[in-house]
Design a protein around this ligand. Sequence first.
Ligand code: ADP
Ligand code: MG
Length: 308
Amino acid sequence: MLNPLVPLPFDPHTIDLDPLLRQLHLSYTRTAWVELVAQCDSQNVSCREFLVRLLTAEVATRQQSRIRKSTHQARFPFLKTIEEFDFSLQPHLRLATLGPFLGPEMVTEGRCLILQGEPGRGKTHIAIAIAYRAILNGFIAKFTHAAELIDHLSAESRKGNLRQALTAYVNPHVLIIDEVGYLSHGPEAANVLFHVVQQRHAKKKPMIFTTNKAPLTQWGDVLHDKDLADTIVDRVLERGRLIVLQGPSYRTKHLPKLDQSSQQHDHQLDTISGKNATQFPEPTRAFSLALLWSGRRPSVRKRSSAFC
Ligand code: ADP
Ligand code: MG
């Protein structure tokens, strides 16, 4: 190992450090070291403290630039955080319910989420906030609209490039597929979406879907293949969770009459879980899926008698 204290073959006071720092990709150090050395000299800072200050700032700068780059690459339509979400507008949803999706375990355990609700309920906001947390935790995320993914993969499939095109949707640690069902998707919808879900499921990679379709059996209609759509939902919910947003629309919350129907909901709980249910006593996955498929939502009363 090199001893940095042996006599140097050059004059340390005149050597140009820039090429060395560039070679080491120490971009913060390159721009800041001269000023920092002057500051430390004037404040009588020890070599150790100087090194600590320099390296800490270098690491922080690198993290910030990685987050900036990853956020840009994720192609979010807007950036929102979980801290910006007003839970008082969604009284059936608690921050604790989203807890399992906000830490690194979201990715390491391959957790999935389907956010269901009418427009303006904050589905896309929550999906982006979760993916952004994953980015902060060091992972890569990608946002896509369902229609965009289906159109892209259908076109590539017709050209015989499906396998290669899939990598863009399979490689990122977290994939958001926004707005399943807003538009009627093309005839190959179920087929190409199934490839994405199947490959991500096999690799235990998280997927977040948003949809206005309830019950989820309606995916069969918009994807033009009931059996494949059922299989897609089954794969996603195996390590996933359905969260229904029932509160008023954020966009029209100042118009109470518009939201009368959503205000009429009783105190039903708003989540139905897959295998990794956590906080609450919840129905088994088989029962949950049966309820989902039937379009019914379990009430607190029914659940407590059925599952205690
Ligand atoms: P959806 O996907 O359900 O149609 P969005 O997530 O696009 O709704 O939300 C529409 C806008 O309203 C976004 O700017 C979002 O940040 C905001 N919004 C929705 N719900 C909330 C909320 N509960 N707290 C804060 N902002 C919200
Ligand atoms: Mg949306």
